[in-house]
Design a protein around this ligand. Structure first.
Ligand code: DC
Length: 223
């Protein structure tokens, strides 16, 4: 029987890549909740909404159609925007609007409704602590800001984008601070999550560790 797997951690720790790869191996779907906050931030910017106005952001959620496809593609009002939401501007805007409790309530409800189907690997900041408090498998994935910055920098260069490593590391640290210190559902490790530091290990090794962890729980009939 399928269950849900929660993966939390700071930005650029590799959560989405790992959730995607693990999902393909286990035949689970991947729900990237960060992408949902990013979509709302993009919709707010496109509509010239003040990002500090909670009520207006909530209105944007109510009037926006968000489609998170199981293949990872994302549609905002029927338009494919998977790449558009990955810019640094949207990263910071998503972090800014995610501090509002009403914004979180609306998106958490959507995430919980999707998770009712089971068979999801859901990554974000509050999955193990709020969205899926009862998830049997919870992973807290970290890495130093330098290691995360270097990975992001290499990805940018590989895509042919301009990239400034020191600025990337600084932006990661600003977002970490915002995400860990906000009043509502700050990023923190759930007490029952397995913590993995991926600074010095490869993505494949992280996936092997998670698979072994799931298997050890299955063997002990904990799942
Ligand atoms: O995972 P990400 O970098 O795409 O997330 C973008 C922002 O969205 C992140 O800085 C904080 C917010 N977020 C959140 O508050 N809760 C989540 N479950 C996922 C993301």
């Amino acid at each position: 029987m399928k269950f849900n797997i929660a993966i939390d951690g700071p930005s650029a720790a590799g959560k989405s890549t790992i959730a995607d790869m693990l999902g393909k191996k286990l035949n689970y779907s991947h729900l990237d909740t960060g992408a949902m906050y990013r979509c709302i931030a993009l919709a707010a910017i496109v509509n010239n909404v003040d990002l500090t106005n909670e009520e207006q952001i909530v209105d944007i959620i109510a009037t926006t159609k968000l489609d998170m496809k199981s293949d990872g593609s994302i549609y905002l009002n029927d338009k494919l925007i998977s790449d558009e939401i990955r810019s640094e501007q949207i990263s910071m805007a998503a972090s800014n609007i995610s501090k509002f409790s009403k914004v979180r309530e609306a998106l958490v409800k959507m995430q919980q409704d999707i998770a009712l189907n089971n068979g999801y690997i859901i990554d974000g900041r509050d999955i193990g602590t709020v969205v899926l408090k009862d998830a049997k498998i919870k992973i807290y994935l970290t890495a130093t800001s330098e290691a995360r910055g270097i990975r992001r920098h290499k990805q940018n260069l590989a895509k042919g984008f301009e990239s400034d490593l020191q600025k990337i590391i600084k932006d990661i640290e600003i977002r970490d601070y915002q995400d860990m210190n906000r009043e509502h559902s700050p990023l923190k490790k759930a007490d029952d999550a397995l913590e993995l530091d991926s600074s010095n290990i490869s993505i494949d090794e992280v996936i092997n560790i998670i698979e072994d962890y799931i298997k050890s729980k299955e063997d002990r009939s904990i799942l």
